[in-house]
Ligand binder design. Structure first.
Ligand SMILES: Nc1ncnc2c1ncn2[C@@H]1O[C@H](COP(=O)(O)OP(=O)(O)O)[C@@H](O)[C@H]1O
Ligand SMILES: [Mg+2]
Length: 350
């Protein structure tokens, strides 16, 4: 069974990660590759185009995109992922207890590192299934880009780490003994605040989570390896925030053996706008047009300067995707976006 190629699309919020992931996936599928796009927060219309039901609970089952051959899409469901993770790594009775535990649900649903970890584990699941030639991954926004790559380490550290050992004792004590006999001030305080019943659930939760350690840490290491062999595309626009964030990927990720392979500069303005001048007429409309075009001329210049400065500073391949008047929300629009892009093909050539 052949492993899938993996393309991870990352970058700051709002730069076009979800749109570009979908666009790349459409393009790869059109080239005849069996493709899966994993998305996290598609805009409603894009989700409709990909045929992804926006359900509360969608169980991580990929569905065929009707408008195009070879393409499947799935929207990550973090809660469902955590249930699967638990079943995978815990003894059956522990898994049942964890899934029913309110603390576990709260952590799985709301804790950003838990969301990122679940996304990583789900991606590893899909890429080892052998069902797809290529898997395109849109990274979760809640976690803020880099966290997606850090999550496997953070999770191992959390589950096997000092905090949990400190809370539960160095050896795992008999269940339910913990909260009764422990002298730990933290738990005594919790007993006062929560009452015994809730504290029992908390103790159950902490002990059960600790028992996930072996499975989870082995799995985290394989997610790390998956990320190391992925093609990581960092997306930015000409805004200072996203550009700074993009720079951070290139300095931080190599520290954990992930090498971002290229930069995608999205919403690039046409260079020919820089020198375009409006009409030198006498009417108010002429005047307004000229002001408007002067304004966009300077925007286009700023945009071009940002692109060249960034490419020079980072010394990585860069693709540019033009700013489109209408957001691409269907398969045709996505394909057109990729066709108009410059250098995108080369980044994902295999
Ligand atoms: N090249 C582009 N031209 C015009 N609009 C774009 C372009 N790329 C993305 N958009 C729009 O920008 C918005 C944010 O894109 P999205 O893909 O959701 O970003 P992210 O996933 O990084 O938060 C969406 O409305 C999307 O349609
Ligand atoms: Mg998105």
């Amino acid at each position: 069974m052949k492993r899938s190629e993996i393309i991870i699309v990352t970058g700051a919020g709002g730069v076009g990660k979800t749109t570009l992931s979908a666009g790349l996936a459409v393009d790869l599928a059109e080239k005849g590759l069996r493709t899966l796009v994993i998305t996290v927060d598609p805009a409603r219309r894009l989700a409709d185009a990909l045929g992804i039901a926006m359900l509360e609970h969608n169980t991580n089952r990929p569905t065929r995109v009707a408008a195009i051959a070879n393409l499947d899409a799935v929207m990550l469901d973090v809660t469902a992922s955590w249930e699967a993770i638990t079943v995978r790594h815990a003894k059956p009775e522990v898994a049942d207890r964890l899934i029913g535990n309110p603390y576990f649900r709260a952590v799985a649903d709301r804790f950003p590192a838990a969301q990122s970890y679940a996304a990583g584990e789900q991606v590893a699941e899909f890429t080892t299934s052998g069902n797809w030639d290529v898997v395109v991954v849109d990274t979760p926004p809640a976690a803020g880009g880099i966290d997606f790559f850090m999550a496997p380490r953070k999770m191992t550290e959390l589950v096997g780490g000092r905090l949990l050992r400190w809370l539960t004792g160095s050896r795992v004590p008999g269940r339910r003994i913990l909260y009764r006999t422990t002298a730990r001030p933290m738990l005594r305080l919790a007993d006062i605040l929560l009452g015994s019943a809730l504290l029992e659930e908390l103790a159950d939760f902490l002990l059960d989570v600790r028992s996930l350690y072996d499975g989870l840490s082995a799995r985290a290491a394989s997610i790390d390896r998956m990320m190391s062999r992925a093609t990581v595309l960092v997306v930015t626009t000409d805004s200072p925030g996203p550009m700074r964030e993009a720079g951070r990927f290139f300095t931080t990720l190599p520290e954990i053996d992930v090498a971002p392979s290229a930069l995608i500069f999205n919403r690039a303005l046409p260079d020919k706008w820089i020198s375009a001048r409006g009409p030198q007429g006498a009417t108010d409309l002429d005047e307004a047009l000229r002001h408007n075009m002067d304004r966009w001329s300077s925007e286009a210049r700023r945009n071009r300067d940002a692109r060249t400065a960034m490419a020079a500073r980072l010394e990585v391949p860069m693709a540019t995707v033009p700013w489109l008047r209408k957001s691409p929300v269907d398969v045709e629009g996505l394909a057109a976006m990729v066709r108009q892009a410059d250098g995108l093909d080369k980044l994902v050539e295999r």
